[in-house]
Design a protein. Structure first.
Length: 312
């Protein structure tokens, strides 16, 4: 039996440790945040998005998900609290909520692993290379770690692409305070992933940096397990330095990170970089917000431990 009108929503995320290196099978941690993407799907006469035709060049994720699902004549309405291209997982939240709504409209049983997989395939295709970190975090919510020590959490699923394999775990969300600083500059994940891929291909030094990001992520994971806020902050700042060397930071991110360090245990860019957002771990969130604002960023205090994809 086909259902005719479905609403699904999914959370955004921030990456605590491991972005970019995770694309090459290194460990990473992401936490879902209290900003959501909402997708309403109705069966209609033609395919439409917010009252306009769907253009595969402008809406590649949506086109890919519709094409692979085999569903046609759907009217999609979207509403998002997550700024697009902000490093906070808006495309992963779009992919998971749309996949949930499309599967529901087909009358299929919803298995969160299938949604995480649908969404990962869409991101992998559109970005021409991706890890399942953002999409798994958006589908499952709460806290997700990839290729972490088994003792860190509960195993949920494994994703594989070409030569890379990611074991995905649900982890207890650290009860710590995080502040996001959004630069307002659009980050182009696909281009940044491609830049790192080329750098790695032509320069052994880049492979060393990717390996070091992996090592620092393991250090940070150990600190999360021991509730060592100081150690975790140190790992975050080290990770930012390595990401800068990899060429994915920018002046605005570096400025917000160094300004926040005065009141934080650690700070780093989060997501693909090149703009987008940074994240600070702090017990002085108001001070960090003020300093981010003073240095030209848009701050907000993040709430974590939120649910993944939901259907109304
Ligand atoms: C983007 O949010 C995170 C990256 O590591 C890409 C990916 O994991 O697919 C840069």
């Amino acid at each position: 039996m086909f259902r005719k009108d479905i609403v699904a929503s999914s959370p955004g995320k921030f990456i605590l440790l491991g972005e970019h290196a995770v694309v090459y099978g290194k460990p990473a941690v992401a936490l879902a945040i209290n900003k959501r993407f909402l997708c309403r799907v109705q069966l209609g006469e033609i395919d439409a998005l917010n009252g306009m035709p769907i253009n595969p060049k402008i809406h590649p994720h949506i086109s890919y998900i519709l094409k692979t699902s085999g569903v046609t004549n759907v009217t999609i309405h979207t509403q998002s609290e997550i700024p697009s291209s902000s490093g906070l997982g808006s495309s992963a939240a779009l992919c998971t909520s749309l996949s949930a709504a499309i599967r529901a409209i087909k009358g299929e049983n919803i298995d969160v692993k299938d949604l995480a997989n649908d969404a990962f395939n869409a991101e992998y295709e559109v970005q021409r290379g991706a890890s399942p970190l953002d999409t798994s975090c958006s589908a499952f919510g709460k806290g997700i770690a990839l290729n972490c020590p088994k003792s860190m959490g509960k195993y949920i699923w494994t994703a594989e692409k070409e030569r890379n394999k990611w074991d995905i775990f649900e982890i207890p969300v650290p009860k710590m305070t995080f502040v996001v600083g959004y630069t307002g500059i659009k980050a182009h994940t696909g281009q940044l992933v491609e830049r790192v891929r080329k750098y790695k291909k032509h320069n052994k030094f880049a492979t060393d940096i990717v390996n070091e990001i992996g090592d620092v992520t393991f250090e940070g994971m150990d600190c999360i397990s021991k509730y060592d806020v100081t150690g975790l902050g140190r790992a975050m700042t080290k990770s930012h330095k390595l990401l800068s060397i990899l060429g994915v930071s920018c002046r605005e991110l570096d400025k917000l990170v160094s300004a926040s360090l005065k009141y934080s245990y650690g700070a780093k860019l989060t997501g693909s970089g090149g703009g987008g957002s940074m994240i600070a771990l702090t017990d002085k969130p108001d001070k960090v917000c003020e300093t981010i604002r003073l240095h030209g960023g848009m701050p907000f205090i993040i709430k974590t431990d939120v649910p993944g994809v939901t259907l109304e």
